[in-house]
Design a protein around this ligand. Structure first.
Ligand SMILES: Nc1nc2c(ncn2[C@@H]2O[C@H](COP(=O)(O)OP(=O)(O)OP(=O)(O)O)[C@@H](O)[C@H]2O)c(=O)[nH]1
Ligand SMILES: [Mg+2]
Length: 311
């Protein structure tokens, strides 16, 4: 099922030259973009959840190999924007597509195609960039022959440089994917140092981890109305920094849901996030969470600016 590796790069360049560049991960919400990014960099830097619209910002993850360096740009899932927040999220997707060398369209191969998929495909087509179709979640597709009609449909719609089935969750066929991507990058030197995994500020990653735990422990409504911002990072004791995160919601009732009876839920969110952050940083931290109610923050440019959700 895997695309055969082709030693000849399509740009006619020298096959063994070091290649480097930027690659956008785009797709519908829940396709598994952030799961793939985390697997690729080998650390959890992006929030993952089974709720749509988990990713709010572009997040970059770096993979350096002997023959090339790929800077992956994870983007929010493509959806119809209702609020200013969502319009900015979609602007981030467009921005990413325009700024990269290669576009990866990630698709959940275990569910049937809908209008949303067509919309994402159109975005990729319009970009005019070399594009790779990645069919994700093949671990959920018991009969692999079912992938063939999907591949056939997509190859009729657009001339993908490669079509690669993978499982981001199980790490299946990822080496093949990396090999296929590197071929399509321009010849060039490293953009980041060999050991760098992300250029994302730790403050943002911490906020992402907290958001992930909120999504995991609340129902359908909360993910959309919640944002997390790291407001203060106190390094007075470098062995155990104090980190203060604000959780934004729109109404008192939502604040109540996140705090839970006797503060139990907020405590759980805090300790789970702390565990992930300590693993990533390799040191202990003190994590303080507090909930802020700001009505309609999703439509307020100033609030969004303050949260780092760029225009
Ligand atoms: N079985 C299976 N589940 C996967 C795979 N990849 C991702 N998932 C699950 O799919 C859900 C969505 O994953 P995310 O990585 O958050 O998806 P996303 O595309 O980043 O979603 P948005 O940020 O909302 O656009 C999570 O529950 C993941 O565990 C896979 O290869 N196999
Ligand atoms: Mg995501």
């Amino acid at each position: 099922m895997e695309t055969p590796s082709n030693a000849e790069p399509p740009d006619g360049g020298t096959p063994n030259k070091f290649r480097s560049g930027f690659v956008a991960l785009v797709g519908r919400p829940n396709a598994g973009k952030s799961t793939l990014l985390n697997y690729l960099v080998g650390e959890k830097i992006a929030a993952v959840s089974n709720k749509p619209q988990t990713t709010r910002h572009k997040i970059q993850g770096i993979v350096t190999q002997e023959n090339g360096q790929i800077v992956f740009v994870d983007t929010p899932g493509v959806h119809k924007p209702g609020y200013l927040l969502n319009r900015r999220m979609m602007a981030a997707v467009h921005d990413a597509i325009l700024s990269v060398d290669v576009v990866i369209l990630l698709r959940d191969a275990s569910v049937s195609t809908g209008n949303g998929d067509r919309f994402v495909l159109d975005l990729v087509k319009e970009s005019g960039k070399p594009s790779i179709l990645v069919l994700n979640k093949i671990d959920k597709v018991k009969d692999k022959a079912l992938l063939l009609p999907l591949i056939e449909d997509y190859s009729k719609e657009h001339e993908f440089a490669e079509i690669v089935p993978v499982s981001a969750l199980k790490g299946q066929a990822i080496d093949n994917l990396l090999a296929q991507i590197v071929k399509h990058l321009p010849e060039g030197e490293r953009i980041f140092a060999d050991d760098e995994l992300t250029d994302q500020p730790m403050r943002t990653i911490v906020a992402e981890m907290v958001r992930e735990k909120i999504l995991a422990s609340t129902g359908e409504e909360i993910p959309y109305v919640t944002a997390v911002v790291t407001e203060r990072w106190d390094d007075t004791d470098p062995a155990k920094p104090k980190i203060y995160c604000a959780i934004y919601v729109e109404r008192d009732s939502q604040k109540g849901i996140i705090i839970g009876k006797g503060g139990v839920k907020l405590k759980k969110i805090g300790s789970e996030a702390r565990a992930d952050i300590e693993k990533l940083l390799g040191i202990q931290i003190y994590l303080q969470l507090f909930v802020k109610v700001v009505s309609d923050w999703r439509n307020q440019a100033r609030e969004l600016d303050g949260m780092g959700v760029k225009e």
